[in-house]
Design a protein around this ligand. Structure first.
Ligand code: SF4
Length: 454
């Protein structure tokens, strides 16, 4: 890849798991009623009762210093019960207020560390939400994030019995030097043990989450990590770019500094090397930072152009409403976003008062909704077509003009009303989306707001 192009486009920018992106949300004081109105609008527009549910389980026993998630570090497991109780109460608040009876099509446990919680507590949560002891896994997709160091056979068997068929194992990198720098020590043998137990039990899709661009990570480290990953043949692999955002409160990104991080060209080489290795082992690149074997639902959805992206990343299950439960979770009604309180105490406090614990959000304008659909198409299919019936034609023209530089650099093409990202432009798809983003000024500096695009 051309070094000059990498330098030119390696700027700070959003990852577009939402549009508008969180720093540009305009409703700091969004209340429960305003949020529920956007759900009503969703239901009137889409006429569907299908929903996705994301559940945030924030506790971790030890701090990984590369982590940008909302988490709470503790070894005290007495926190499990009151937190699960609060999640159940929050779900009941939704059931009492939704304008329809929801049909859950997808549920994901994220964190934090979902496997911090005992299997029985997790089962208590899902059996209350589904009002059942097990569910039909052909109809609803259930998945969880598993930490290789504390995922037990009890977790794997009980969750499988309930209906979970997909799990993702947080790997990051196998190098002892990198693991020490990020304070996350876990051996290949431990990962292999959990992976093989899950396979034996019958999990249909196992994902390994790797990260490139970590402190002290070298080309040899990524080669070794990908070689070991291929040995276990997970169905999916996420290869996330390390987001260096130490200025964001609570990330805990410390113990190393910028001089320990691979620089833009070096960092890109880590991704490209991993990609070449994965593709020659039968994996297909999906969207921006995912790979899957041909039989996996993610590859099937990508080929069928059914891929979707939300706060959980790329998904196969497109529902028009996602409810986020738990501290810091984000809900999405297509016409609005709402984020829950960001500390456990504030979250539980609001739940105890019988209030959906929203702390901020955003109601989308008509232009927001249109741009959002374009950005989603670019992120999922690397292609979008301007709506000919839109009332925002002058915005389309402005975007086309601003895209010209990327066209000249061979990263995108524009034919009539369709913008396509070229194969060499794929690593720069975030830069392309930034031109569509109406909250950004051309060439606006976004350092200390977002991570680098490359
Ligand atoms: S990476 Fe996962 S386990 Fe580590 S601190 Fe972050 S959320 Fe917790």
């Amino acid at each position: 890849m051309d070094k000059n192009i990498i330098e030119k486009y390696n700027v700070a920018g959003p990852r577009y798991t939402s549009y508008p992106t969180v720093p540009f949300w305009r409703n700091d004081q969004l209340n429960e009623n305003e949020w529920l109105k956007t759900i009503q609008k969703n239901y009137s527009f889409f006429k569907s009762s299908d929903i996705s549910v994301y559940i945030h389980l924030p506790y971790c026993e030890s701090l990984c210093t590369f982590c940008g998630c909302h988490k709470r570090i503790t070894k005290n497991h007495s926190v499990e019960k009151p937190y699960i109780d609060a999640l159940i109460k929050e779900w009941k608040l939704y059931i009492d207020n939704l304008p329809f009876s929801p049909i859950i099509r997808e549920m994901h446990f994220g964190g934090g560390t979902p496997t911090f919680f005992k299997a029985d507590e997790l089962i208590r949560l899902v059996s209350t939400i589904f009002n059942a002891n097990q569910i039909n896994s052909d109809f609803v997709e259930l998945s969880f994030e598993a930490h290789p160091n504390n995922t037990t056979n009890d977790h794997l068997t009980k969750l499988f019995h309930f209906g979970f068929r997909r799990l993702s194992l947080g790997i990051q990198d196998y190098s002892p030097v990198v693991q020490k720098a990020i304070h996350r020590i876990q051996s290949f043998e431990q990962v292999k043990k959990v992976h093989e137990s899950a396979k034996k039990i019958g999990y249909k899709s196992i994902s390994h989450d790797l990260v490139f661009g970590l402190p002290k990570q070298t080309l040899n480290d990524i080669i070794d990590t990908v070689t070991k990953t291929i040995e276990l043949k997970p169905d999916r692999i996420s290869l996330y770019s390390y987001a260096h955002v130490p200025w964001i409160k609570g990330t805990g990104q410390r113990g190393y500094d910028e001089s320990d991080l691979p620089k833009s060209e070096e960092k890109r080489a880590l991704y490209e090397t991993a990609k070449t290795m994965l593709e020659s082992s039968g994996y297909m690149e999906i969207g921006m930072d995912h790979f899957a074997l041909a039989h996996d639902d993610l590859a099937i959805a990508f080929n069928a152009k059914n891929l979707h992206r939300n706060f959980m990343g790329y998904t196969t299950q497109k529902t028009d409403l996602m409810i986020g439960l738990g501290m810091s979770s984000i809900s999405d009604s297509w016409f609005g976003f709402a984020q829950n309180e960001k500390t456990v105490e504030a979250y539980i406090n609001q739940i105890e008062k019988g209030i959906i614990p929203i702390f901020r959000g955003h109601i989308l304008s008509d232009l927001d909704v249109e741009i959002r659909a374009y950005i989603l198409d670019l992120m999922c299919h690397f292609k979008m077509t301007f709506d000919q019936n839109s009332k925002f034609k002058e915005v389309h023209e402005r975007i086309k003009n601003q895209l010209q530089e990327m066209v000249d650099d061979g990263l995108v093409t524009i034919e009539n009303n369709t913008v396509s990202v070229t194969s060499i432009g794929i690593p720069f798809v975030r830069n392309c989306c930034m031109i569509f983003d109406q909250d950004l000024e051309p060439n606006q500096k976004l350092e200390r707001m977002f991570s680098q695009t490359i």
